[in-house]
Design a binder for this molecule. Structure first.
Ligand code: PLP
Length: 418
């Protein structure tokens, strides 16, 4: 990065992949063949029997819950700290989301809270490997097996992470992933489900096949946005344009990046018809996915190197709390999330030192105006939500950047006090 200015995010998408997108968007390649090839590679990377491309992770979850027979009057346990669109799928099937607390510093589902949330109506649990950190899956699986609950892993932020040597997505009955432009691997737009269950995969594949293809215009727009992200996070461009805009926005009490890319939190009372209308992936998504999958180990490896340095360098700073990881979890550091009682001041002090941060887009869904009828007591999720801050950990950071961030954080914490 240039002149000590560090963006909160940097895409895995490249200029070469932008050119590849243009070629495949204009080409006449058969969509089904390319998608099949990507699904085959992806399922063998994860180690699952089936992989089916779906248009979004939330729709993937909806289809999985439906395939596992979740319906009227059933309950689904979810972590309270999650993306609002995930629990929002459950009532669309006539079922009830039940929020369970997370570990305060691990941010992932607490197995004891999961067990306490189970009732005779519980059909499924959605352990969410949030921020790239695998959940305590031995404990969760043991409870789920004993109580007859299906396990659907949310791997949206953890593609490629492992738990006790096994890739996430292989640790339950089924899993879903998402490949938007801001994820650790992208297909421009789109997502995937994996499962070992033939009947589940076949049912979901049939639903996806019955829909139309993803509109080319949407994919072209994503490719242009991806290229714009590459340019905007180029060290010199970032230093000269985006960083000053972020600092100015901050002074005016705004976050221009969040305002541009954030999604409004709304709930639907029925499944939007657009989910099923354009459900089939195009060749261009598969080709970008294959290119990204080839680089995923290297991309995750860089995240892991940076994350481990932050784990060490940010430990023992007064007032600052670093994350913890369940035993056996092998995180990919999709995000590096610290806590501070005065996190907004910390964010300002870091920005003044060239380091941009974000509070991200997770909600405490147990205490959200979006889900008033499902309110629950989840003190760790509430506290984490109020105190968390994402420190940059993306693969394009070098050793000097990480050392700069550690020193900047130390100074910023000293300045604002514990
Ligand atoms: C943890 C988690 N689950 C699910 C999703 C939903 O993904 P999609 O936007 O593909 O529906 C996201 C989105 O980023 C997420 O972060």
């Amino acid at each position: 990065m240039a002149f000590g200015k560090i963006p909160r995010f940097s895409p895995s998408f490249t200029v070469r992949e932008a050119l590849l997108s243009a070629r495949h968007l204009a080409g006449t390649e058969r969509d089904a063949q390319a998608v099949e090839r990507f699904e085959r590679e992806f399922r063998s990377y994860i180690g699952a029997r089936h992989a089916v491309m779906v248009p979004s992770a939330r729709y993937g979850l909806y289809l999985l819950l439906e395939a596992f027979g979740v319906g009227q009057g059933d309950e689904v346990v979810l972590p309270a700290l999650t993306y609002f669109a995930v629990p929002a799928m459950v009532p669309l099937l006539g079922a009830r989301p039940v929020f369970a607390d997370v570990g305060l510093r691990s941010h992932v589902l607490d197995p004891a809270a999961f067990e306490a949330a189970i009732s005779p109506r519980t059909k499924a649990v959605v352990p969410t490997h949030l921020f790239g950190t695998p959940c305590d899956m031995d404990a969760i699986r043991e409870i789920a097996r004993r109580r007859g609950v299906a396990v659907i892993e949310d791997c949206a932020q953890s593609t490629g992470a492992r738990y006790k040597g096994v890739r996430v997505g292989n640790l339950g009955d089924a899993a879903y992933y998402t490949f938007g432009l801001t994820k650790n691997m992208t297909t421009l737009s789109g997502a995937m489900i994996t499962t070992d269950r033939d009947e589940v995969a076949e049912r979901i594949r049939a639903t996806i096949q019955a829909g139309g293809p993803t509109p080319r215009k949407k994919l072209a727009k994503e490719a242009v946005t991806g290229l714009a992200m590459v340019v905007a996070t180029h060290p010199w461009v970032y230093w000269a344009t985006v960083h000053p805009a972020v600092v100015l926005g901050n002074k005016l009490g705004q976050d221009p990046i969040h305002e541009r890319f954030g999604e409004a939190e709304v709930r639907y009372d029925k499944l939007p018809s657009s989910y099923s209308r354009s459900s089939r992936a195009r060749a261009v998504q598969a080709e970008i996915g294959l290119s990204q999958l080839n680089r995923l180990e290297a991309l995750n490896g860089a995240r892991i190197r940076n994350g481990r340095k932050l784990d060490q360098g940010l430990a023992h700073i007064p007032g600052l709390t670093v994350p913890t990881y369940p035993e056996g979890a092998e995180p990919i550091y999709m995000s590096f999330v610290v806590h501070h009682a005065r996190r907004d001041e910390l964010a300002r002090a870091l920005r003044a030192r060239g380091v941009d941060t974000t509070v991200g887009y997770m909600s405490d869904c147990s205490d959200s105006p979006l889900f008033p009828e499902y309110r629950a007591e989840c003190p760790n999720a509430s506290r984490a939500h109020a105190e968390l801050l994402h420190i940059p950990v993306h693969p394009n950071l070098n050793e000097r950047d990480v050392a700069h961030m550690i020193e900047a954080t130390r100074q910023a914490c000293l300045e604002i006090g514990a």
